[in-house]
Design a protein around this ligand. Structure first.
Ligand code: KIV
Length: 299
């Protein structure tokens, strides 16, 4: 299977995403971390694929996204880029890849495009990351912002909790959204904030907002694919709609395989490679002759 661009679909860009907002057409985005998932999603026609640092939790089994490294991100970005040719591809900047210095942030953002094959990067935070975003955008790299529940700050936020519930907290998020747009973000992820606040921000900004746990009024929606598919069995956030229960289906398939091998129902004759009767007789004769002459085990 090769991932050639679909002749009927154009590559989705930062410009086409903005045009979708202007036309009032919902933007679809999902996370992917590997080649077959990216290929299937791209063929299904998703607008954007995020190689999220959520891979730390749903693929690598960490408790949070904090242990994810640039090397982890690059490894998965490369696989996704090989699978998806039409969707707009965004690589998440992992914890500590953009906080230490602007120079390091710039180098790491560049690596996600140059080595990872991404079209854009995403990083978490409000006004405190505005100057970093400006520098990355000035280098010609599109940046998607991310405010509300920012999982890399889970310890500061006191857990994976809804943000912006009080008038003052909500006002701060509105200010952050404007600052990020002015810093040059082409789109903004709004995670786990009240729907009315997400609607307000989406109306005030010219750039598309992509919501996750932010209600129905954002310009687009994103879900972590492992949540959507029911592949992550630790917990499912309340805002997720599960479209399959693949964890259960995988457990069923693995159990059936183990049972088949134990009871010798697998492999059946149709799963084996056949050898011509004549060739097999010749093999037996050759082995017998060699044993008679004491040759044995010679190439
Ligand atoms: O890492 C991720 O998957 C994300 C989404 C939840 C937006 O940042």
């Amino acid at each position: 299977m090769s991932a050639t661009p679909s002749p009927t679909r154009k590559k989705v860009t930062t410009h086409s995403l903005r045009a979708k907002k202007e036309r009032g057409e919902p933007i679809t985005m999902l996370t992917a971390y590997d080649y077959p998932t990216a290929l299937a999603m791209d063929r299904a026609g998703v607008d954007a694929i995020l190689v999220g640092d959520s891979l730390g939790m749903v693929v690598l089994g960490y408790e949070t996204t904090l242990p994810v490294t640039m090397e982890d991100m690059l490894h998965h970005c490369k696989a996704v880029a090989r699978g998806a040719k039409n969707a707009h591809l965004i690589g998440d900047m992992p914890f500590m890849s953009y906080q230490i210095s602007t120079a390091e942030a710039l180098r790491n953002a560049g690596r996600l495009l140059q080595e990872g094959g991404m079209d854009a990067v995403k990083l978490e935070g409000g006004r405190h990351v505005a100057s970093t975003i400006e520098a990355i955008v000035a280098a010609g790299i599109p940046v998607m912002g991310h405010i509300g529940l920012t999982p890399q700050s889970v310890h500061q936020l006191g857990g994976f909790k809804t943000q912006g519930k009080s008038a003052e907290a909500a006002r701060q998020l509105v200010i952050d959204a404007h600052i990020l747009e002015e810093a040059g973000c082409y789109a903004l992820v709004l995670e786990a904030i009240p729907d009315r606040l997400a609607e307000l921000i989406s109306q005030r900004l010219p750039i598309p907002t992509i919501g996750i746990g932010a209600g129905a009024s954002t310009d687009g929606q994103v879900l972590v694919t492992h949540d959507l598919l029911g592949l992550f069995d630790r917990f499912t956030p309340r805002f997720v709609k599960q479209y399959a229960t693949l964890h259960v289906e995988m457990a069923r398939a693995f159990g059936a395989y183990i049972e088949d091998v134990k009871t010798q129902r697998f492999p059946a004759p149709e799963h084996a490679h056949q050898m011509d009767d004549e060739e097999f007789r010749a093999l037996l004769a050759a082995l017998e002759a060699e044993e008679q002459w004491g040759v044995g085990r010679k190439a």
